[in-house]
Design a protein around this ligand. Structure first.
Ligand SMILES: C[S@@+](CC[C@H](N)C(=O)[O-])C[C@H]1O[C@@H](n2cnc3c(N)ncnc32)[C@H](O)[C@@H]1O
Length: 254
């Protein structure tokens, strides 16, 4: 997860060639995607796709074209190569674009997938901003960090405050989603393994490899990264990453 005050060159030196850019796993993406109700007609957008592990799983599982959107071109280039390699290039379109100013799709949007990126606009603002793009009955699936306890320790509370995360419990986020005009179809909590195997483990190894000779900006990024992993190791039972599967409620429904 990124802190807005950091040096982006240093950030991308650390976050280069990692399997994924947030907690998750192919198995979890597939499980959530398989559980979706039938989609209405329209495009599928994968917002903040990063290197695009979930894009490939979505295209393969839903057998539907996916428009993968990110601002960081190297992630999109990696995804395009991976799609080609996986024989999915006809189903994956990459777009270098900000999810803060998405244009309407010609046939509307049936599914917005926002894995590990809704914290950037904020959960409520993201739900509000992307809802008008969805066709009636369209779905929004977002994964976000939440409290798994009603009484988190002060140190972990202070950490997430400093990160600027809008920490809530699952129940509180479901209430927020309903207030923004969504029906909550389900929630799925990532297993702890999905934080480690393809996210924190490679990040920790890369951080260690970059330590020697790192300048002040990179050292600051590495310190922040290692602190986040340490927080997860010590307090990882009190917070988690949860997929929210949401359906747009019609504007005129009571
Ligand atoms: C935490 S990463 C998650 C990446 C990917 N979904 C995953 O789970 O591996 C957040 C992603 O959002 C992208 N991003 C940040 N701001 C963005 C914006 N305004 N529009 C589109 N993408 C953005 C970043 O480049 C990064 O790839």
């Amino acid at each position: 997860m990124a802190d807005c005050t950091i040096d982006w060159d240093a950030f991308f030196t650390l976050h280069h060639d990692l399997p994924r850019e947030g907690p998750g796993s192919d198995a979890m993406t597939e499980q959530v995607a398989r559980g979706l109700p039938p989609l209405p007609a329209g495009a599928i957008l994968d917002l903040g796709c990063g290197p695009g592990r979930q894009t490939l799983v979505l295209a393969r599982t839903l057998k539907h074209s996916v428009i993968a959107i990110d601002t960081h071109r190297p992630y999109l280039e990696r995804l395009a190569m991976a799609a080609d390699h996986a024989g999915l290039s006809t189903l994956v379109e990459t777009r270098q674009q900000s999810f803060f100013n998405l244009a309407d799709e010609p046939d509307g949007v049936a599914l917005i997938w926002a894995e590990g990126c809704i914290y950037i606009p904020g959960f409520v603002d993201g739900l509000r901003m992307w809802r008008p793009l969805l066709v009636p009955g369209g779905l929004l699936v977002a994964s976000d960090v939440v409290w798994l306890t009603d009484d988190p320790p002060d140190e972990v509370r202070a950490f997430w405050d400093e990160e600027g995360a809008e920490m809530r419990t699952v129940e509180e986020k479901c209430i927020q989603a309903a207030a923004e005009g969504y029906e909550v179809l389900g929630t799925h909590t990532l297993p702890k393994q999905a934080w480690w195997d393809e996210y924190y483990a490679p990040l920790e190894a890369r951080s260690a490899a970059l330590r020697d000779g790192a300048g002040p900006a990179l050292t600051q990024v590495l310190d922040g990264n290692d602190h986040e992993i340490d927080i997860w190791r010590r307090f990882g039972d009190s917070f988690g990453y949860v997929f929210f599967v949401l359906r747009k409620v019609a504007d005129d429904s009571p």
